[in-house]
Each structure stands twice: as structure tokens, then as C-alpha cells.
Write a protein that binds this ligand. Structure first.
Ligand SMILES: [Zn+2]
Length: 444
């Protein structure tokens, strides 16, 4: 009788354990984190009520839940429990050392040469954000007169300085001034493009500005004099892409009008992440890379049916580097580049429950209109919350050679969004929304 009772208790205990919640993130029970916040996402089964450090957690109809906790310095003990089980986490947070703001160090002027093509020239000595004013080509000589935060201050003209990362240049052994000579300047206009060239006897630093009316290429020749600047002002159509190439000291800027007929368009569709890079993880343990590809394939089908030439940066679960995605799109002369993702909140002070819905990112001014149209139609069709149109410096949408956007269809870390993105209907509606946004944009 007693043995029977023990067996019953053991069975009951096993049964109850099997019904308890599962924590998907954090992946480790003990870890060192250097962020202000940690977030927990997971899956509840049955009709559990879950608390994390005694705060009740909202559970979506599909069992998904998420919760953010603020971390203090040192050890943080986190207890997650329901009537069916409990789990214990220890997160250790190092004390954050605040970044002090120092003025730039003034240096005696010297020359340095750019190591690689596509080296960012920045408005501020900060690695990131929207502060790029141009991309330098390998072999360009720069005049340096200051230093800050791992950057050199570049003297471009008496009115213009910029910053380049120290690791991206090599200091020249001698700094004898060797100014470039102007050779030639030419403008050609075609039906759907205009091409301007300006040529010097050597490579020079430049900045590019895309303002409301025109694109301005400024080439600086500071070794000649502090006011030696050459401006090319190129008017632009309403929808356009532009591309700067260089051959020796010859700069060619091509501004192209975007075709208005879908059958003349090449659209690159980029399913985010893939292979070893799984992307964000949802409350239920879903992998972002899988959902991205699913939406991307549906989008490709809709756009092909509409007559577009569609190319995909990946068509299976494979790792593709960001550089290769960009290279692929450029090689295929893509007019439009659409990167498909799902979002997640990082370890930042955002409310995991309020942060949900669709956001669309762009980098260059020429991509804002498409971002707006796609955001509008994904929200409309997939019935997501509108998380807005935003700018961000993501590598795949930085080139101005195409109209580039990155769509975050929903938040993987939001329990209510997880109800949406795990349904086939949502994946189809998200794809239809992106497609309708593209079609409206090119026809309007
Ligand atoms: Zn992603």
C-alpha cells in the first residue's frame, strides 16, 4: 500500500514536471552579462501562472511569454516559478565603466594612406550610426591633424574635417605635400541616367551629400590649398539610385532613374541570417532564419508573378556573409533590395510587451519612400502594430546603388506577435504587404 502510494507520488511528480514551463532565453542558467537588462522568454504549458522574482508574467494564448528584469551590479538571482515547477538563474553583471568625453588630441599635420576600398569617412569619431560622409578608396592620401577614440581627424578643407579609424590607414613615412592636378570634368545625360566625371592626377578624399534637390560630390585637394574643393551638383529624379566609381584619379558618379515598370525591375530578396547564424529566437524557441526564408520565398513568388526579375541572396538554410549579400545584389544590378527579418529587443530598456509590430529600416534618403510604402502595407495586411519607419546603418542597405530596405515584420520577443508569426496566414500576408508596398512605390 505504501509502495503503491510512493509510486503514485513519483508518477504524479513526473507528470507535473513534464507540464512545467520552458525557458528559451537566457540559454545558460549561470552567465556573466554586461548589459543593464536581461530578458527571459519562454513557453508555458497548460494553465500555468508564472512569476519571475515574484512579478506575475503575462502569458499569450499560445503559451509564449517574455519578461525583462533590470540587473544590478554583481550577482543577480532570478527565480521563475509556477504551480508546476521552478527554475533558478544566476546572472552576474560587471560594473560598467562610463565612457568619459575627452577633447581631441591636437597633432602636428602628417599624411596617412587608406588601406582598403570602402573605408568609411565619418562626421564624428564614432564607429556606427548615420555619420558616414563618404567611403574612401584604397590608396587615397589624407592629411591628419588630430586624434580621438581610435580615430584620426582628417583635414579636408578650411571648413571641413572628418574622421577615419586608425586601423583603416597607414601613416606615411614622409609627409611631403604632393597636390593632385585637375585633369578634366564632363557631364553626359541619357534618358534614364546622368553621368558626371571629374578627373585628377591622383586619388583624393571626397564626401557625398544627397540633399532634397540634388546629389553633391565634393572632392578635396587640401595638399594644394585649404580652400581647394571641387563640387559636382547633380540633379536627381524623384526615384533614383546612384553609384560612385573610381579609376585612378577619375571619379564617375552615375545617377539613375528607377524604372516605373515592374517588368524592367530587378529585385533582390534577402532572407536574413541562415545556416549557423540563426538570428533571433522566439518565445517558443522558433528560429528567425526559418521564418525569414519562408516570407522571402512567398514574396519572391508574388513578385515573379507580377513580372519582376527576382534574385534571392539565399534559397535554403545556408550561411551567407553580409558582404556576399551586397556583392550578389550589385552583380545582379538589383534596383531594389529587400531584406526580410523579425525583430527582437536586445538587452536594452525596452518594454518587452509594448515593443511589437512592424518596422522598416532604410539608410539612404533614396530609400525612404519605399520604406514608408512597405511599412504601411505590411501593417495593413498582416495586422501588426505599426512600429514605424526608421533609419539604421545596416550593411545590406547601405549601398546607394539600389533602393534598400530592411523589414522587421514582427517581434520574436513579443508573446502576442509570436501568435501571429507562427501562423501561415501571417507569413503570406506579410509577403503580400511587402509586395504591395513595392508595387505602389514604383507606380506612384
Ligand atoms: Zn534578423
Amino acid at each position: 500500500m505504501i509502495r503503491g502510494l510512493i509510486l503514485l507520488i513519483v508518477l504524479l511528480f513526473t507528470f507535473v514536471q513534464a507540464e512545467a514551463f520552458e525557458i528559451i532565453l537566457p540559454a545558460e542558467k549561470k552567465s556573466i552579462v554586461n548589459t543593464q537588462y536581461a530578458f527571459f522568454v519562454g513557453r508555458a504549458t497548460g494553465n500555468e501562472t508564472i512569476s519571475i522574482n515574484d512579478e506575475n508574467v503575462y502569458i499569450a494564448p499560445n503559451g509564449a511569454f517574455a519578461h525583462t528584469i533590470k540587473l544590478k551590479d554583481g550577482e543577480n538571482r532570478v527565480l521563475i516559478r509556477s504551480q508546476y515547477g521552478r527554475q533558478f538563474y544566476k546572472l552576474y553583471k560587471n560594473k560598467l565603466i562610463s565612457q568619459q568625453e575627452f577633447p581631441a588630441e591636437e597633432l602636428e599635420i602628417f599624411k596617412a594612406v587608406v588601406n582598403c576600398d570602402n573605408t568609411p569617412l565619418r562626421e564624428t569619431p564614432v564607429d556606427g550610426g548615420l555619420n558616414r560622409v563618404g567611403h574612401l578608396f584604397a590608396g587615397t592620401e589624407l592629411l591628419i591633424n588630430g586624434s580621438k577614440n581610435g580615430f584620426y581627424r582628417v583635414f579636408l578643407s578650411e571648413n571641413k574635417i572628418a574622421w577615419v579609424a586608425k586601423k583603416d590607414v597607414t601613416v606615411c613615412e614622409n609627409s611631403v605635400l604632393n597636390p593632385a592636378e585637375f585633369v578634366d570634368m564632363k557631364t553626359e545625360r541619357f534618358k534614364n541616367a546622368s553621368i558626371q566625371t571629374i578627373e585628377f592626377t591622383k586619388k583624393l578624399p571626397y564626401t557625398i551629400e544627397d540633399n532634397e534637390k540634388e546629389i553633391i560630390l565634393r572632392v578635396y585637394n587640401p595638399e594644394l590649398s585649404p580652400d581647394s574643393v571641387y563640387n559636382l551638383n547633380i540633379p536627381k529624379p524623384k526615384k533614383y539610385t546612384y553609384k560612385l566609381t573610381i579609376d585612378g584619379g577619375k571619379y564617375t558618379l552615375k545617377v539613375r532613374k528607377l524604372p516605373e515598370d515592374i517588368r524592367e525591375l530587378t529585385i533582390a530578396i534577402d532572407a536574413g541570417h541562415g545556416g549557423s547564424e540563426r538570428g533571433a529566437i522566439g518565445c517558443l524557441g522558433d528560429e528567425e532564419k526559418v521564418i525569414n526564408l519562408n516570407i522571402a520565398q512567398r514574396l519572391a513568388e508574388i513578385l515573379r508573378k507580377a513580372g519582376a526579375n527576382v534574385v534571392m541572396t539565399r534559397e535554403c538554410d545556408a550561411f551567407v556573409s553580409l558582404d556576399d549579400r551586397v556583392k550578389f545584389a550589385k552583380e545582379n544590378d538589383a534596383d531594389i533590395f529587400v531584406s526580410v527579418h523579425l525583430n527582437s529587443i536586445g538587452d536594452v530598456p525596452m518594454d518587452v510587451h509594448k515593443t511589437r509590430g512592424t518596422s522598416v529600416y532604410y539608410f539612404n534618403a533614396n530609400s525612404q519612400g519605399l520604406a514608408q510604402a512597405v511599412n504601411k502595407y505590411v501593417v495593413k495586411h498582416a495586422k501588426t502594430r505599426n512600429d514605424g519607419v526608421k533609419t539604421a546603418s545596416f550593411a545590406v542597405i547601405r549601398p546607394s546603388d539600389y533602393i534598400g530596405i530592411l523589414v522587421e515584420t514582427a517581434y520574436m520577443t513579443n508573446p502576442l506577435d509570436s501568435v501571429l508569426y507562427t501562423s501561415d496566414d501571417f507569413l503570406q500576408k506579410a509577403a503580400e504587404g511587402i509586395a504591395e508596398g513595392i508595387l505602389e512605390y514604383i507606380h506612384k
